[in-house]
Structures are given as structure tokens and as C-alpha cells.
Design a protein around this ligand. Structure first.
Ligand SMILES: [Zn+2]
Length: 343
């Protein structure tokens, strides 16, 4: 039984803030802002880069075209020094502020499109991957949602089938599909079955994720491979025990395959993850140095949890995103809200 309901995504305060300040900050050079950077060593998070219409991603988040990505890198190299994982850990002294690139979810585009660009420019990056989906054994639940929505939009027969089934308008069906959570992910399989969308076939024809072989090659080329949880759950919807199990299983995969077991990046967000989780996971893994969220420029009351800056915002260049992040951070600081507090 599928429960379709109305979903409403309000625009965040930060998004509104960026819309207001962007036309102003646009007129000033980045040098005016870099002095206001609150700490040395920024970490950026991308997912993938592609010139294609990526059906399993396009309804989840925006992504850069090759041209946009190269433009981002050109701007970033002018103002920052890219560092590798070792230099980041050792807090290498650099003349420009340090920058570490990270890519989440282990999409195959990292191998085909991104790594050749980074190798040509001599830039390091870490891939935070979900071991469960490596080798394209299964489609991740959010990718299933995006693929179903893409297929429904593309094919009128699917729209008719959905209407017959749910009596919902197209827009309503789409927002319901996109709001199905980790726990109820079997509903996505149910919808796919009903529409006769075959995820296995899709994966065979379009490898979505990196393969074991590609991971080994990427490691040889100098890139980092690290943990993003076993199967990309939303952590605040899991019990503490489930959070630990999901993280541990993915860290063990890294150890077994001689990838990086000294870092972990939360899938989606670390919002509402408690201190207890951090205490346990660091205690249980003596090699673990840092965990990473993606809340933008912010401090965290758990000092080993570092916030990364999402850098794929649609219609904004990397320069604009960073300027807005810096101003937003300074405003939060004035309000005493620049640190994420954990219970
Ligand atoms: Zn992710």
C-alpha cells in the first residue's frame, strides 16, 4: 500500500539569504572576502560532473557540466592551494588557504569524466562511497526515486498508470515519490514493479556507480576512497545502534580493501546526530581521524566532525557560493550561531 501525500519544501533561510546578498557580493572581488575566511582548510563536496541528462540524479540535486566544473577549478586554483589527504591531516603550511576536494556517492562519472580532469591539473580528491552499490549490484534508494520520476515525466503511459493507481495529479505523485524515506524504500520497488521499470536492466545498460576495478585504479592514481555509510541512510532516521552498524560495516570494507579507514562522510546530513554516536564510533575505530558533514561554513561542537561546503548550487558559480558562505558565516557568528551544538 502506498501512501501518497502532499509534501512541501520550504526555502531555507540560507537560500533566501544567498538570493539577497548575491547581487551585492557579485560586484566585489574574491580577495575582499578571503580575509574573512574563518579557518584555513576548506573542504568542498561535489557529487558528479556530467554534460548528460542523468536520470537517476536529476531530481535529487543539481550537478556541474564539464565546462562549469573546469571554471570552478580555475577559480579555486587562483585563490586556494589544493591539498591531498595526507597534507590535510598534517596541516601542511601553504601560502594560500588550503582546499580539499571531496565527491560523494561513488558515481561512475568520477572515473570517466572527473578523474582525467583532476589528473591533468594535478588535483587530489577523496571519493566517499557506499560499498553496497559498488559494482552496480543495486540502485541506491534515492537514485531509484529520481529514475522513476524521470521515467514518469518522459512517458505518458506511466503517467496514465500512476493516475489509475493513485488518483493523484502528476505533480503530487512526483513529490510523494521524492519524499519516500529510507525506511520505506521498498515502496520505490513497488512503484517500479507496477510501472515495469527494471532497475537491474537500467544498471546493466548505464553503470551508475564505480566498480571495484575502477576503485583500485583510482587508488593507484593517487585518489582517496573512503566511507559514506554502507547504503546511504539518513542518519537521524536510524537508531543509535543502526547508525553505528551502518558506519562500521562501511569502515570495515575500507580496511579490508586497503582504502582510507581514517575518515567518514555522513550521507545527506549529520543533523541531529548525537555526541554519543561520535564517542562510540571514534572509540571503536582507533584509526578514525575525522568525520564530515555538509552544513557549509560552520563549526561543530564535536571538534573531530568537520563541516564541508556543498558546491553544486544551481545558477551559482563556486566563487558566488563561497562568497555567500563567508558572509553567511559572519552573520551567524554575530548572532552566536556559527557552531552546531550536539546533545
Ligand atoms: Zn551522499
Amino acid at each position: 500500500m502506498i501512501i501518497f501525500g502532499k509534501v512541501f519544501f520550504p526555502m531555507s533561510f540560507k537560500t533566501k539569504f544567498s538570493r539577497i546578498v548575491n547581487p551585492i557580493t557579485k560586484n566585489f572581488s574574491f580577495e575582499k572576502f578571503s580575509g574573512l575566511l574563518p579557518f584555513d582548510g576548506l573542504i568542498l563536496v561535489y557529487h558528479l560532473v556530467s554534460d548528460e541528462d542523468v536520470k537517476h540524479v536529476k531530481h535529487l540535486f543539481p550537478y556541474r557540466s564539464v565546462r562549469q566544473f573546469e571554471k570552478d577549478l580555475d577559480f579555486l586554483s587562483n585563490h586556494f592551494e589544493f591539498v591531498n589527504w595526507e597534507d590535510y591531516l598534517n596541516q601542511k603550511k601553504t601560502s594560500k588557504p588550503k582546499l580539499l576536494l571531496t565527491f560523494d556517492d561513488g558515481y561512475s562519472e568520477f572515473y570517466d569524466i572527473i578523474s582525467p580532469i583532476l589528473l591533468r591539473k594535478g588535483i587530489f580528491a577523496i571519493n566517499f562511497i557506499n560499498p553496497k552499490f559498488i559494482d552496480n549490484k543495486e540502485l541506491m534508494w534515492r537514485n531509484k526515486a529520481s529514475l522513476i520520476v524521470s521515467e514518469i515525466i518522459d512517458k505518458e503511459e506511466y503517467q496514465d498508470k500512476m493516475f489509475e493507481w493513485t488518483k493523484n495529479e502528476l505533480k503530487e505523485s512526483i513529490s510523494s515519490i521524492l519524499s519516500i524515506n529510507f525506511e520505506n524504500q521498498n515502496q520505490l520497488d513497488e512503484i517500479a514493479n507496477h510501472l515495469e521499470i527494471n532497475f537491474k536492466n537500467y544498471l546493466q545498460n548505464n553503470p551508475v556507480y564505480l566498480t571495484s576495478e575502477q576503485l583500485i585504479k583510482l587508488k593507484k592514481d593517487g585518489f582517496g576512497i573512503a566511507s559514506h555509510g554502507w547504503d546511504h541512510p539518513l542518519y537521524n532516521q536510524l537508531s543509535l545502534e543502526q547508525q553505528i552498524d551502518n558506519t562500521q560495516k562501511s569502515l570495515d570494507y575500507m580496511t579490508d580493501n586497503q582504502f582510507l579507514n581514517d575518515s567518514f562522510a555522513f550521507p545527506f546530513t549529520d543533523h541531529l546526530v548525537t555526541e554519543q554516536f561520535f564517542d562510540l564510533i571514534f572509540k571503536q575505530n582507533s584509526d578514525l581521524k575525522y568525520t564530515f558533514g555538509a552544513a557549509g561554513l560552520k563549526l561543530d561542537s564535536y571538534s573531530k566532525n568537520i563541516q564541508r561546503i556543498p558546491i553544486e548550487t544551481k545558477n551559482y558559480s563556486a566563487e558566488e557560493i563561497l562568497k555567500n558562505e563567508i558572509i553567511y558565516y559572519q552573520v551567524l557568528k554575530m548572532l552566536g550561531k556559527n557552531t552546531i551544538k550536539r546533545s
